[in-house]
Every structure is written in structure tokens, then in C-alpha cells.
Write a protein that binds this ligand. Structure first.
Ligand code: ADP
Length: 198
């Protein structure tokens, strides 16, 4: 069905440590998204690496994005994109595998885009008020870089349907993902809502 788009969400170690699991999940639930899989785990380094590195080209692309970002903020740098990308990946892997996280699969109309909108932009310094990152945290690339660590931005959310398909497989077996009916789905998607009393 058209509305059954799936996306992967991770509540990173900072979200768990700051007792924000409930607050964050509430944001996804109240918009109407459906939780179809969920687990609490400490990722291995291998799992975290597999999650972040879909293919080797992405390492350099991440480095390039970081250099562009620095230039925009007026920071001159002559770092090699690939080396920088690798450094960022190493920090991300170290962070994600540093403690318990919550992994979940959410389903709903345009789930990928809706979740990205709720989560807000990557750097908390830039995320809008009203988004999860904008409302619950305040980190920036500048302070994270200075401390040689990943940006603590609470949540990961897939950025495309293809990415979601890849990432869901990193964290879940198909048998851990449930298909079930809910009254909410009827109210949100049923074309015959005028017959709701029947
Ligand atoms: P998002 O987490 O919003 O999907 P990306 O997929 O672009 O963002 O990046 C993954 C992670 O890599 C981010 O959560 C962030 O911690 C880190 N990251 C991204 N861009 C940069 C950057 N320019 N400098 C440092 N870290 C970055």
C-alpha cells in the first residue's frame, strides 16, 4: 500500500543517557507514525560501521560535506576529504557503540520525509525550534571537532527510501518487524471514514 513507507530511527547513546527515550518516541507516535519494530541494544563497532558506511565512496563524500560546511562558516582547511571522512566515521562508530541505543522501524505515509522533518537538521546549532534536535540539544560541529568526537544530535533517521531499506537490514531481521492493524490507521488512511461507526 502507498502509505506503508518504512524508515529506520536510532535513538543514539546521548538520547538514552539523557532520559529522552519517551519524549522522542512520543513525537513520532503523536504525528501518527506506527512503530513496527523496536529493540534496545549496545551496537558492536562492526554493526555501527556497516550502518554508516553503505559504500566506500561515502567516506570521501562525508569529508567533502564537512569541508564545505567549514568553508561556509569561514573556517579555512586543507584537509584531505577522504582522511577527514574516515576520521568522522571513526568518531561516529565510537559514539554509536559507546552505550545502549534504541533502534526502531517506523511506518506511515512518507515516513522518511516526515521523520527527517521532525528530527531537524544534522547540526543541533542549526536545527529549527520545534524539531527534536532543536528542542532537546545544543551541540555544534565546532565544539565536537575541538573535542575529537561525533556531534551529539540524539537521533539518526534514514535520509531516503533506499537508505532506509539498507539500514533496516543492518538492525533487524524481517521476522522482528511486525505487520498489525490499528484503529489509528483506519482514522488516518481509510477512504471510508464516513462509515467509522460501522
Ligand atoms: P544525519 O545524521 O542528519 O542524517 P549525515 O548522514 O549527513 O546526517 O551525517 C551522519 C552523521 O555524521 C551526523 O549525525 C553527524 O554526527 C556526522 N556529520 C555529518 N556532517 C558532519 C560534518 N560536517 N562535520 C562533522 N560531523 C558530521
Amino acid at each position: 500500500m502507498l502509505w506503508k513507507e518504512r524508515t529506520l530511527v536510532l535513538l543514539k547513546p546521548d538520547a538514552v543517557q539523557r532520559n529522552l527515550i519517551g519524549e522522542i518516541i512520543t513525537r513520532f507516535e503523536r504525528v501518527g507514525l506506527k512503530i513496527i519494530a523496536m529493540k534496545f541494544l549496545i551496537p558492536t563497532k562492526e554493526q555501527a560501521y556497516k550502518h554508516y558506511v553503505k559504500n566506500e565512496e561515502e567516506i570521501e563524500a562525508l569529508g567533502k560535506r564537512s569541508i564545505e560546511g567549514k568553508k561556509k562558516s569561514g573556517i579555512e582547511t586543507n584537509e584531505d576529504p577522504k582522511e577527514l571522512g574516515q576520521k568522522i566515521i571513526d568518531r561516529l562508530v565510537r559514539f554509536l557503540s559507546s552505550g545502549p541505543i534504541v533502534a526502531m522501524v517506523l511506518e506511515g505515509n512518507q515516513a522518511v520525509a516526515i521523520v527527517r522533518k521532525l528530527v531537524g537538521s544534522t547540526e543541533p546549532l542549526q536545527s529549527d525550534v520545534g524539531t527534536i534536535r532543536g528542542d532537546f540539544t545544543l551541540d555544534s560541529y565546532a565544539i565536537a571537532d575541538n573535542d575529537n568526537r561525533a556531534v551529539r544530535n540524539l537521533v539518526h533517521a534514514s535520509s531516503s527510501v533506499a537508505e532506509a531499506e539498507y539500514e533496516i537490514k543492518v538492525w533487524f531481521d524481517e521476522k522482528e518487524i511486525f505487520s498489525y492493524n490499528s484503529v489509528r490507521d483506519r482514522v488516518l488512511y481509510d477512504v471510508n471514514l464516513d462509515n467509522i461507526n460501522e
